[in-house]
Ligand binder design. Structure first.
Ligand SMILES: *Cc1c(COP(=O)(O)O)cnc(C)c1O
Length: 461
């Protein structure tokens, strides 16, 4: 481990929140009580919380200052103006629709841009994104490059769209039967894998020829920009902001979960170029979210988001963020723990297939591994495998994704390298007695987005 590669935190701590570690017997009890689903654990019993980086960000003093100048007028809030100008400046989209979080934006976009029966190709699915597409009659098609499904294969820009797959789909189904292309930067479920600028450009060129729109899932676009700067030829000397601006020049609009790369605790938006589509979005936002000048957010939250977006453009911030994640990945790799490679922008994904070779996918190995890791150490992680993938909307069969993973997701500006050491030690210790990880079965399975609230029990096969 070359410690010099990893920069120190580019901030100093002003406020602290203490955490406690409950003992193992207690952790066993609460895990059982929580139905072996880490989503159902009380946060108080968690020592290091790597469930998600969604809304778990630490805001800066400037953002907290911004909260105090929230303009909570029902209409025409000045914070909306600030957010709108910031989004125009960073992304280049003239039109902004604020929403309560990313899925609010997905709901509106899917309602106005998908006709039932149309195809929605994307670079791997995301849970809420696909839900809204299917809920509006769309048919999701995965057009990510094949390599993205291979956990152990370490190649750059593993999140790229396979242009041939997109071309075949257009030729087969006809451009008029494609609602839009949904391009996620980075690809969460592939392991936070980035998309290259060259790929975005190619997708734009191909879709432009056929008059097909491209919407980005912008949720982790700053992380993606860092990878482009680090790894793509011609971008080393560009600023993060210049890279982000160029990325979105290849799109017609974007959905954004502010809870990730905007470094806030709540919020999101839909942004776009098309005037007509924007009018339709505004008609829907008043039904589902709120007035177009606040959508699902308070004035203070819009202010914090505008400031967070500007902070996210700072190179030192995003470099530390991505490298802290990589540091954890390197520790695990050095100890021989199977992880998804290369390590992506927001999380280290344990490869549960190789971690638990004694379990079948229908035993929910990643779910069980996440539960065992909590019992072992108080570290909370999340399943990203067969449980998250849900069932086929037509056949009712489980989707069986190739990637069966546990996600250790690092919140922004919250934990230190020492916390990463503790997490790595816990995973390595569990790996040494991995045979103790038991098969699980459902005791309760909700119909939609089941991973959030499902309950399980271990059993002997
Ligand atoms: C979190 C996330 C979403 C959904 O956003 P919410 O704010 O949680 O509703 C969509 N896409 C990606 C890639 C995400 O990570």
């Amino acid at each position: 481990m070359d410690y010099k590669k990893y920069p120190a935190e580019p901030y100093r701590v002003k406020v602290v929140e203490t955490v406690k570690m409950v003992d193992k017997a207690e952790r066993e009890r609460v895990m059982k009580e929580s139905g072996y689903n880490t989503f159902l654990l009380p946060s108080e019993d968690v020592y290091i919380d790597l469930l998600t980086d969604s809304g778990t960000n630490a805001m800066s003093d400037k953002q907290w200052g911004g909260m105090m100048v929230g303009d909570e007028a029902y209409a025409g809030s000045r914070n909306f103006k600030h957010l709108e100008e910031t989004v125009q400046d960073i992304f280049g989209f003239p039109h902004l629709v604020p929403t309560h979080q990313g899925r609010g934006a997905e709901n509106i976009l899917s309602s106005i841009a998908i006709k039932p029966g149309q195809y929605v190709p994307g670079n791997m699915y995301f849970t809420t994104t696909r839900f809204h597409q299917e809920h509006n009659g769309g048919i999701f098609v995965d057009i990510i490059r094949d390599e993205a499904h291979d956990a152990g294969l370490s190649i750059p820009f593993k999140g790229n769209i396979d242009i041939k797959k997109l071309e075949n789909l257009i030729n087969e189904k006809g451009a008029e039967n494609i609602a839009y292309v949904c391009l996620a930067v980075t690809v969460n479920l592939a392991g936070g894998q980035p998309v290259s600028m060259a790929n975005m450009k190619e997708v734009r060129e191909l879709t432009a020829k056929h008059g097909i729109k491209v919407f980005f899932d912008a949720t982790r676009c700053v992380e993606n920009a860092y990878f482009i700067k680090e790894q793509e030829e011609g971008y080393a000397d560009k600023t993060i902001k210049e890279i982000v601006r160029e990325m979105f020049s290849y799109s017609d609009g974007a959905t954004m979960s502010g809870k990730k790369d905007c470094i806030v605790n709540i919020g999101g938006f839909l942004a776009m170029r098309d005037e007509e589509l924007f009018l339709k979005a505004k008609e829907l936002v008043v039904v589902y979210e709120g007035m177009p000048s606040y959508g699902g957010m308070a004035g203070r939250d819009m202010e914090a988001m505008a400031i967070g977006l500007q902070e996210a453009m700072q190179f030192e911030y995003i470099q530390h963020r991505v490298l802290q994640v990589r540091y954890l990945g390197e520790l695990l790799k050095e100890a021989g723990v199977p992880i998804v490679e290369p390590v992506g922008g927001h999380a280290v994904f344990l490869d549960a297939r190789r971690f638990c070779p004694h379990l079948e996918q229908d035993d929910f190995p990643a779910q069980s591994l996440a539960a065992s890791l909590f019992v072992e150490s108080g570290v909370r992680s999340m399943e990203r495998g067969i449980v998250s993938a849900g069932r086929d909307i037509k056949t009712g069969e489980h989707h069986r994704p190739k990637l069966e993973t546990v996600r250790l997701t690092i919140p922004r500006r919250v934990y230190t390298y020492k916390h990463m050491d503790v997490v790595a030690d816990a995973v390595i210790k569990l790996f040494k007695h991995k045979e103790d990880i038991k098969p699980l079965r459902f005791t309760y399975e909700p119909k939609q987005l089941r991973f959030f609230t499902a309950r399980f029990e271990p059993y002997e096969k």
